[in-house]
Design a binder for this molecule. Structure first.
Ligand code: TXA
Ligand code: MG
Length: 318
């Protein structure tokens, strides 16, 4: 697609302008190391409401708040020892922690969908960090895509999905990780995995051996884990070992290279495949694929996050 006039390359002028827009309650899309975020001043109710409106997002689904460092996070949420440890190890980075809101927390209640908790993270992307430093606001930012559709890993994906809804898209190139952050919460005994993402369960378990996966019985849950999500326009067929007629084939590894329309990683590297996943979906969608078949992806490390997104992409649509 053609470059949108709202896609702005990074510069100090661009950051100042983005900051002004945010202070005026406008929406600014910005890159993070995971996916592009649709940012708004998290303390500004109307600005936060605009996020829900722009995405068509159900208001029961709370947003992640982005801050420049753990000290700032502590102004909004109450840290306990486990959170302190994970923050020190994984921030800045692709880990979101769900923690109790402080009594005096100025973040819009709408951002946390009325919950007593807040999801918070310190992003690592240099442009995201600069933006947070220049604007000095906590930024509520979900992935910058219409609700239910594929998350954006390039500025042009944001322009295609939400271009007319945002005041500015800061262009930081391609997101290095390519899937959303891992979301964790804490119950009395365990670190609870609410969404698999850029930080693997194995990485968390190096610090807390019993990371529990959230299920229906869990005390805490993530309201946003809708089954159909990350979905391209056409149907998706999983664990495919052959390519049917009229299908585009998303390969993984050398074995499927011959039949691949796009290969997520010829060498079978899971982090390369993660970084390529959403852009491959965007591209096949643009090419008008009738159905997308996806090769099996090993369910270890980052493969768990890939398979989670694939399962939702293939789920029956509402
Ligand atoms: O990588 C990411 O996390 C990206 C970038 C932009 O930072 N953001 C992102 O936001 O993926 P979003 O809104 O698409 O996903 C937020 C997830 C949802 O599943 C939501 O339900 C969950 O976090 N969440 C937010 N607040 C929560 C809370 N208080 N309790 C439980 N889950 C929460
Ligand atoms: Mg999202």
């Amino acid at each position: 697609m053609s470059a949108s006039k709202s896609i702005i390359p990074p510069s100090s002028t661009a950051l100042e302008r983005a900051s002004d827009l945010l202070h005026n309650g406008e929406l600014v899309a910005f890159p993070t190391e995971t996916v592009y975020g649709l940012g708004a001043d998290a303390t500004h109710d109307k600005a936060v409401a605009k996020i829900f409106e722009a995405k068509g997002r159900p208001s029961f689904n709370p947003l992640i708040i982005h801050v420049p460092d753990m000290e700032t996070a502590k102004q909004y949420v109450i840290f306990e020892e486990r959170a302190e440890i994970l923050g020190r190890v994984f921030w800045p980075g692709a880990l979101t922690m769900v923690l109790p809101r402080r009594k005096d927390c100025p973040i819009s209640k709408l951002a946390s969908a009325g919950l007593e908790t807040l999801a918070i993270r310190v992003p690592a992307n240099p442009l995201a960090r600069q933006l947070l430093q220049v604007c000095r606001l906590p930024l509520a930012a979900p992935s910058a895509n219409p609700s239910g559709q594929i998350s954006p890993t390039q500025a042009s994906h944001v322009a295609t999905g939400l271009g007319h809804r945002v005041s500015m898209i800061l262009d930081g190139g391609t997101c290095t990780i390519g899937v959303e952050s891992t979301v964790v919460g804490f119950d009395e005994e365990n670190v609870v995995l609410l969404r698999s993402g850029g930080i693997t369960k194995e990485q968390l378990e190096a610090h807390f051996p019993n990371v529990q996966e959230a299920n229906e019985e869990s005390e805490i849950s993530s309201p946003g884990m809708l089954l159909s999500h990350y979905a391209p326009s056409c149907p998706v067929r999983l664990n495919a070992t052959d390519k049917h007629e009229n299908e585009a084939f998303l390969g993984f590894g050398r074995e499927y290279d011959k039949i691949s329309t796009i290969n997520l990683s010829i060498s079978g590297d899971l982090s390369e495949a993660t970084a390529n996943l959403f852009s491959a979906f965007h591209l096949l969608d643009e090419q008008g694929a009738k159905q997308i078949a996806v090769a099996p992806i090993p369910n270890i490390g980052l493969g768990v996050a890939i398979n989670d997104r694939l399962k939702r992409a293939a789920a029956p649509r509402p």
